[in-house]
Design a protein around this ligand. Structure first.
Ligand code: ASP
Length: 344
């Protein structure tokens, strides 16, 4: 049964859910609008819905404008309000939701409460929309499971995902997200079904929430393509770059052009950490399988296994923000820190 005393803080960062259209312009977030709508809709006031308050960001952003400093702000706000609420709902645009969810999963260390991210493909202002269901059900989920969920999740289209396993797969359908290499944590049909065995263990009550803020470390992601020229790769790896997520062909392959390999080796020698993840949506990188993958290993590339690009990138940001040097980043990036990868 939901606990009627549950309190949820909604961190409203922007995104389609609270957007409106002005004549002749595209959708953009309208300050105050989401709260006004939610206060007006009786369903959000029902007794089984946890008590909620909205903390609206200024400015509200289309999530394409989110930067690491915005992730840090969300994490700091969660920390500041941590003792006063049972859970947190981050209302966010879908475009970069998987990046923010991944980053928050690393930044919030010792998390004992649910942090759910949601948004929508159609704004709440439209008669037919997915915002109502996503927001309402996310609140209900926090109400019901706040003492069991202790991780950062994305809730979308009746599915609860581990946040750092998600990726946006649809620009139009309501099923905007998938978690290709990890089963959903829960599904909502007639009943709420949580996949208990998959949840992250809840740290004990004495453990304090620690926030590691992420700065503007120079890391990036790049998709390998047939015909890749060494000049491209050299430019991408040039100082002050500290890390690169290399989206490889298949199970972790790239062209074995000796010049490309030399560029990677030189970058490794300068301390740049290059992490290989697969371009295919499903399955892990295995750099030992093919000679091409082995050439990458020899050039100093490390395997990101089944991490999404979003998780791998956020992890590099996080590990550098912890102050780790290249050797520690190389080893930590290959470990399962928050359920973001499957270790062999
Ligand atoms: N461009 C929007 C955003 O990411 C898309 C959305 O919310 O679905 O903020």
């Amino acid at each position: 049964m939901p606990d009627p005393m549950t309190r949820v803080l909604i961190l409203y960062t922007g995104g389609t859910a609270g957007m409106g259209k002005e004549p002749g312009q595209g959708y953009r977030p309208i300050p105050g609008f989401l709260e006004k709508m939610m206060r007006r809709i009786p369903l959000f006031q029902e007794p089984e819905v946890p008590a909620w308050e909205i903390h609206q960001y200024d400015p509200l952003l289309d999530s394409s404008d989110m930067r690491p400093r915005h992730w840090s702000r969300i994490a700091r706000d969660i920390q500041a309000a941590y003792e006063d609420y049972d859970g947190f709902l981050v209302v966010h645009g879908t475009d970069t939701m998987a990046y923010t969810a991944s980053a928050l999963s690393f930044m919030l260390r010792g998390l004992r409460k649910p942090v759910l991210l949601t948004g929508s493909q159609i704004p709440l202002s439209e008669t037919r929309n997915d915002a109502l269901d996503n927001l309402l059900t996310a609140l209900l989920l926090i109400g019901r499971f706040h003492d069991r969920l202790a991780e950062v999740c994305v809730f979308f289209d009746n599915t609860l995902y581990r946040g750092n396993r998600t990726t946006k797969i649809h620009t139009e359908g309501f099923d905007a997200f998938a978690s290709p290499d990890f089963p959903p944590l829960g599904e909502v049909g007639i009943d709420f079904e949580l996949n208990q065995g998959l949840l992250r263990p809840r740290p004990d009550a004495a453990r304090e929430l620690k926030v590691c803020e992420i700065g503007e470390t120079t890391v990036g992601a790049f998709r390998v393509f047939p015909g890749l020229r060494v000049s491209f790769l050299e430019a991408l790896l040039a100082p002050p770059v500290q890390g690169l997520v290399l989206e490889c062909f298949g199970a972790g392959n790239a062209p074995t052009d000796p010049e490309l390999m030399a560029a990677l080796r030189a970058a490794r020698d300068r301390g740049v950490v290059v992490v290989a993840v697969p371009q295919p949506l499903y399955g892990a990188a295995n750099l030992e399988l093919y000679a091409n993958g082995r050439a990458l290993l020899e050039a100093g590339v490390v395997s990101g296994r089944d991490m999404t690009v979003e998780a791998a990138l956020a992890k590099l940001f996080y590990l550098y923000a912890r102050g780790f040097g290249p050797q520690q980043v190389r080893s930590q990036v290959q470990l399962d820190l928050r359920g973001e990868l499957t270790e062999p």
